[in-house]
Ligand binder design. Structure first.
Ligand code: IMP
Ligand code: MG
Length: 179
């Protein structure tokens, strides 16, 4: 464990077992459907790679990059990089690192719906339901782990763009956040 880390919340072995389990479940449910897995960058990168490696059926992959910026009285989101596949009539699964307030997935979901997929579902590695924006009614269809209301890093998740490379999910020491 690196010295900035207060505790490991989900170790590498537990993460890998869960990702394999999700991939096996979706391999059954999406057999013969040639799904498109859409990853939302950058946080999903580790989960995405491990997930598709264990998805045993034909599929395609694509990526989106969204960013949020603060306006005068609300937060806005925009698509920085859109998918390149034509999603019309396709079975699409959004892969995400974490479903927190739900704002970014709500935005992403609505954006992808305009492309008229045959179906659209959400698979998130982590779910932090305590932080949900009450205006977001969208729910993830597949969840790896429910996490407590703590800021987590590792396995793709960052704090100031660092710690994404860690193979586990953990909580940093409080002095790191206040640096
Ligand atoms: P949202 O609040 O559900 O819109 O989450 C937006 C994005 O914030 C997620 O996709 C993550 O990249 C990031 N995020 C939310 N919670 C955490 C956390 O605990 N650690 C690191 N990143 C987070
Ligand atoms: Mg982030």
């Amino acid at each position: 464990m690196i010295q900035d880390m207060e505790k490991i919340l989900i170790d590498e072995q537990t993460l890998q077992a869960k990702v394999r389990q999700l991939a096996a479940q979706l391999s059954e449910e999406y057999a013969g459907k040639d799904p498109v897995f859409v990853g939302v960058l950058k946080g999903v990168v580790m989960f995405f790679g491990d997930f598709v490696k264990h998805f045993t059926e034909p599929c395609q992959i694509d990526f989106m990059w969204i960013s949020s910026y603060s306006g005068t009285n609300s937060k806005h989101m925009e698509v920085k990089r859109d998918v390149s596949c034509d999603l019309k009539g396709r079975h699409v699964v959004i892969l995400e690192d974490i479903f927190d307030t739900g704002n970014s997935l709500d935005f992403t979901y609505k954006h992808l719906l305009t492309k008229e997929p045959a179906s659209l579902k959400i698979c998130t590695l982590l779910d932090k339901p305590e932080r949900r924006n009450p205006n977001v009614t969208l729910q993830p269809d597949y969840v790896g782990f429910v996490v407590p209301n703590e800021f987590v890093v590792g396995y793709g998740l960052d704090f100031n763009e660092h710690y994404r490379n860690l193979p586990y999910v953990g909580v940093l020491k409080s002095e790191v956040y206040s640096k």
